[in-house]
Design a protein around this ligand. Structure first.
Ligand code: NAP
Ligand code: GCO
Length: 263
């Protein structure tokens, strides 16, 4: 079982003060990794540090906008000086804007692409050189059902996550010979602040129509929990996946395999 151990490894998880990033970082820590994470504001860093401490994890928090290449490079250099070379990068930070495409401004579209696609490029580019020097590296990009499927109002997000799937395959192609594995995790519908609007209880006390839709589309008949992603992340961050590369591991309760329950 040592192949799943992350003892001695340094992990950077972006946008990991809460939500999926926090759950993944928690799992990586419990497998032995030293956790570094970033967020946009000190208040969220402090919230994250308190959350990790409550789990018995001594994490390292950094204020960093992952869209800012200079800030990302400075953060990576600071981590290398203070903690050590980054062995595992989880590109988790992300946003979504649910706006019908013809009502979405180009600026709003670009903002989603910037965080969900450009930033993973920037972060991967920042950590790969030291991974090459060290002789190994693991990059995990948090993709989505929208890396495979579209739906109304999420055009920018789907374009970004589809691109992130292909960036994952390209990093695999370009750096696999240097013992760098780049894979994706495609979460299904997970109960986090990002999806809270889709689960709001209606004025009449009924479940949100989209909530009911997802339950009918999911063989597991439930929304995922952020902790459901921890095990898959440990697998892709560990030696257990050294011959897995360019793969998107969907953790979706079976949504992508299922036509959906008859209404
Ligand atoms: P979330 O609750 O909205 O958390 C997103 C995190 O990213 C927050 O900590 C946020 O920080 C941070 N962030 C956003 N923009 C940033 C930036 N420019 N620089 C640094 N940090 C930034 O989202 P989530 O549900 O945990 O999702 C995490 C990832 O999983 C995202 O990539 C999302 O697309 C993906 N995903 C989510 C689901 C789902 O159902 N929830 C399913 C599939 C994929 P602030 O709080 O400071 O904004
Ligand atoms: C939406 C949801 C999804 C999830 C996730 C599904 O509006 O459809 O936010 O996009 O966040 O990406 O995998």
């Amino acid at each position: 079982m040592n192949m799943f151990s992350l003892e001695g490894k340094v992990a950077l998880v972006t946008g990991a003060s809460y939500g999926i990033g926090f759950a993944i970082a928690k799992a990586l820590a419990k497998a032995g990794a030293t956790i570094c994470f970033c967020d946009l504001k000190q208040e969220f860093i402090d919230r994250g540090l308190a959350g990790y401490e409550a789990e018995g994890i001594k994490a390292h928090g950094y204020i960093c906008n992952v869209c800012d290449e200079d800030a990302v490079n400075a953060m990576v250099q600071q981590i290398e000086a203070e903690v050590g070379v980054i062995d595992i990068l989880v590109n988790n930070a992300g946003i979504i804007k649910r706006i019908p495409m013809c009502e979405m401004s180009a600026a709003e579209f670009r903002q989603v692409i910037d965080v969900d696609l450009n930033a993973p490029f920037i972060c991967a580019k920042a950590v790969i050189p030291s991974m090459i020097k060290k002789g190994h590296g693991k990059i995990i990009n948090i993709c989505s059902m929208m890396s495979e499927l579209g739906r109304e109002t999420v055009s920018a997000y789907a374009a970004a996550k589809g691109g992130l799937k292909m960036l994952t395959k390209n990093i695999c192609s370009e750096y696999g010979h240097l013992n760098i594995q780049c894979n994706g995790i495609g979460p299904g519908y997970i109960a986090t602040p990002q999806t809270a609007p889709l689960r709001e209880i209606q004025p009449d006390g009924s479940r949100h129509p989209f909530d009911q839709f997802i339950i009918a589309k999911t063989p597991a008949e439930r929304w995922g929990e952020a902790d459901d992603l921890g095990g898959p992340a440990v697998f892709l961050a560990s030696d257990a996946s050294n011959f897995v590369n360019g793969h998107i591991l969907y953790v979706d309760g079976g949504i992508l395999a299922y036509i959906g329950k008859q209404p």
